[in-house]
Design a protein around this ligand. Sequence first.
Ligand code: FE
Ligand code: ZN
Length: 239
Amino acid sequence: MEIVAVPVLSDNYAWLVHDDASGATVAIDPGEAQPLIDAAAARGWTITAIWNTHWHADHVGGNAALKAATGARITGPEAERAKIADMDDGVGEGAMLFVGDHQAQVWAVPGHTAGHVAFHFADDGVIFTGDTLFAMGCGRLFEGAAAEMFCNMARYADLPADTRVYCGHEYTLSNARYAAQAEPDNAAILERLAAVQAMRERGEATVPTTIGAERATNPFLRAETVGELARHRSAKDAF
Ligand code: FE
Ligand code: ZN
């Protein structure tokens, strides 16, 4: 299974997930269509499906044009069907999706939006977290409570340390600066802040990350209580 980051809009990542054996190529969270069409064409791939983690425009804005160009079906959270135009297949907790033979389990991870889902490829050690878990951060609580995001973070934290985390935005530098202030004695955070600064200066993407790295450096995933996560969330909102 090959995964390609496609930068869209100002700081979003859409993803192409490709299985060579079957030729299946899934576009995850296409905030725009053309960059995904170009990225697929450059590799000789044809987009066969579109998956959305949540209804926000920066994740679904390319759905219609991509569907028109490829005929791909759109899969998204059933709970957000009314907010995602042209959605074909609605999914929720426990649903199984496939990229060729590669199986993804759908996780319901509410909080950023009420119906937000993640896609977990357990056998591949990969999870697409949309706007819930970010590198060194977590999504804002637009349609949910800190308790929900706390449950999501606990669930992510239980994944194997080498699980690769593909999130929806390049927010790592801002998250790292907040983390360094929130946990000034955490050497792993200070080290990662320096590394992330250098990567961004070189114009490099800082994602994917891993669950192991997040356990060591993400204050939201490291929060031991709902209250602690809630305090981090309000502080980061104002940071
Ligand atoms: Fe969002
Ligand atoms: Zn977003």
